[in-house]
Design a protein around this ligand. Sequence first.
Ligand code: CP
Ligand code: NVA
Length: 298
Amino acid sequence: MRHLLEIDDLSPSELDRVLALSTTPDPPRVLAGKGMALLFAKPSARTRNSMEMAVSQLGGHPVYIQADEVGLDTRESVEDVARTLACYHSAIGARVFQHSDVERMAALDVVPVVNMLSDQAHPLQALADLLTIRRELGTLAGRSLAYVGDANNVARSLAIGCGMAGMQFRIASPSGYNFTEIDLDRIRTTGMEPVVADRPEEAVGGVDVVYTDVWTSMGQEDESGSRLQAFEGYRVDAKLMSHAQVGAVFLHCLPAHRGEEVAPEVVDGPRSRVWVQAANRMHAARGLLAWLLSENED
Ligand code: CP
Ligand code: NVA
């Protein structure tokens, strides 16, 4: 059974297929008469709404579940929650803290599992990011992207996705907030050598896409004071953007904290594509589900 826990659960050709299905006007109604459980242990605006709409556009019925309601590993085990949901639903989407929670659900092989964000990865976001870059710039292969900020779940999936699509990925993070060697090795399995820059200007120099995400992710709120200090100098502002290619676009997975990781003049400025990117979350989710459900029927 196929699942999507990280973007490289797809092969590069499957990634192409998912991106193609994301823009097809008439995707197969693979969820007609079926349900999909959407389980959230963290807040969400984009992921919940884009997934609910994608399920519905494929003929299915989404059911939103707060993790507290089912009590992951408190009321019953993660495995028993997944087995229960599989009695009624043809797929499970889960947003969790520990990546091992989605791995445990997927290991049962009862229904396909989609990672809707874990502390480790955010593959649905990376799919929408690649879709956005392709629609905005026309091509993916040969393009370059600089990620400025925390080497987090979003950065990890994006880096792997860029490698799979033949793009160059560069990153600038403050000391202590970089990718680990394990992360870098996983990214290298795509055949792309990520560039780890010392300074944001060095990462951004001449790139086609500049990307950032929050300095404090969900679940790290206790660290926000020390993170604010550590990331000083890593804000994406107009001066930093001026180092990128003429015509470079700015992306952010959102939610954005204006004045922290991004200056208002950038996120609300002419190079920003963040609202197209947010809209593409629904198209990419629909493409992914159309592929995943068809794949698991075969
Ligand atoms: N980008 C993203 O995943 O947004 P939400 O947390 O609002 O779902
Ligand atoms: N890195 C952020 C992404 C939010 C969509 C977080 O995990 O909170």
